[in-house]
Design a protein around this ligand. Structure first.
Ligand code: FES
Length: 137
């Protein structure tokens, strides 16, 4: 007997809630455009999904793990920044560092919606923000 299809080729997994249950895409897409919705992603990493206009998810997810010392942080919708409460690092909407002490941009993952399921998979190609190999690969 095969387990339920919860992981695909390319290391993809389903986005889960805090209890470990897969989250239907419709639940996240019911949020207002601009919402950063927190889910459990690869290896359980807390990961922000970005709700776009016309009921889409941005294909880039951002891991909620500060590159300074690993704190989690909220999205500040007024400043349009991720702002780490531990030592004041700030990141732009795409996870680039705006202010240290964070030394590196936030880790990215791929996000795809299929059949009302949200799939998260590793980002292994060039980091579009730095045009360099991702630091996490
Ligand atoms: Fe985020 Fe230090 S852990 S600024």
């Amino acid at each position: 007997v095969l387990p339920p299809a919860e992981s695909g080729e390319d290391g993809a997994i389903l986005a889960k809630d805090i209890l470990g249950n897969p989250i239907p895409a419709s639940q996240i897409l019911a949020e207002a455009p601009g919402t950063r919705a927190l889910v459990a992603g690869l290896a359980g990493d807390p990961t922000y999904l970005i709700v776009e206009e016309n009921s889409c998810l941005n294909s880039m997810g951002i891991v909620n793990n500060c590159t300074h010392l690993g704190c989690t942080f909220p999205w500040n919708s007024v400043d349009q920044q991720f702002q780490c409460p531990c030592h004041g690092s700030r990141y732009s909407a795409d996870g680039s560092v705006l202010r240290g002490p964070a030394p590196l941009p936030l880790k990215l993952v791929h996000v795809a919606v299929r059949n009302n399921q949200i799939w998260i998979s590793p980002w292994t190609e060039l980091d579009p923000r730095t045009q360099a190999q991702p630091w996490w690969v």
